[in-house]
Ligand binder design. Sequence first.
Ligand SMILES: Nc1ncnc2c1ncn2[C@@H]1O[C@H](COP(=O)(O)OP(=O)(O)OP(=O)(O)O)[C@@H](O)[C@H]1O
Ligand SMILES: [Mg+2]
Length: 227
Amino acid sequence: MIECKNLTKIYKNGDAETVVLNNVSFVIADGEFIAIMGPSGSGKSTLMHLIGALDTPTSGSYFLDGQDISKLSDDELADIRKNKIGFVFQSFNLLARATVLRNVALPLVYAGVPKEKREETARQALFQTGMEEKRFKHLSNQLSGGQMQRVAIARALVNNPSLILADEPTGNLDTKTGEIVLKTFENLNQKGRTIMVLSPIKFFYLKLAKIILFDFCQIWLILKIIF
Ligand SMILES: Nc1ncnc2c1ncn2[C@@H]1O[C@H](COP(=O)(O)OP(=O)(O)OP(=O)(O)O)[C@@H](O)[C@H]1O
Ligand SMILES: [Mg+2]
């Protein structure tokens, strides 16, 4: 469960102050699928950095599963990221000359999982994204964009995080491939994972999403769409 109250982020550059998040409050229950939509510069990525424990707010509070994240040290934030959160980015961020399996297994190396268990865990994460088994030994630069993004999603899943954050995961994909990737998120959500996807404002395929519309660094509207 995510509880944000009056989250504010202000960047200071010399005398100049830029308010990037202005008193943002919302609650996300476990198992929800959230789309944060807003124009460029509205503060979506900044919000995701706070939710993802990559940064702390200037003021306000953020509780993740009852723990106040807004005042943790860098080491404590790193632990939260490692144990609770999976990240997916627009540019995939895969190791180009490593195989699909190796890319997905990499977070397990950092988590200290024994070698014998890593491959099977990585395989299970890949199966959850619908990736075909015959591609598991391919190098990641031999894949299509949609396949690369599914590998990145598997990598985000491999540590079994309770929350998946995706910053414009379809931004580098054509509409059809983007829909396949969103469908992958939807399937994961139906298996109980909490998912937050950031997107510019446009209609896209989402069956069960709560949409938080963002503008001018604050929440504009929260909609729940059920088809
Ligand atoms: N480190 C920083 N210092 C100063 N201003 C910043 C910093 N990081 C972001 N900003 C400003 O904060 C605002 C919001 O940026 P953010 O990246 O959160 O927007 P966004 O909604 O994700 O945009 P996009 O859709 O283009 O990714 C922008 O005006 C940006 O210039
Ligand atoms: Mg952004």
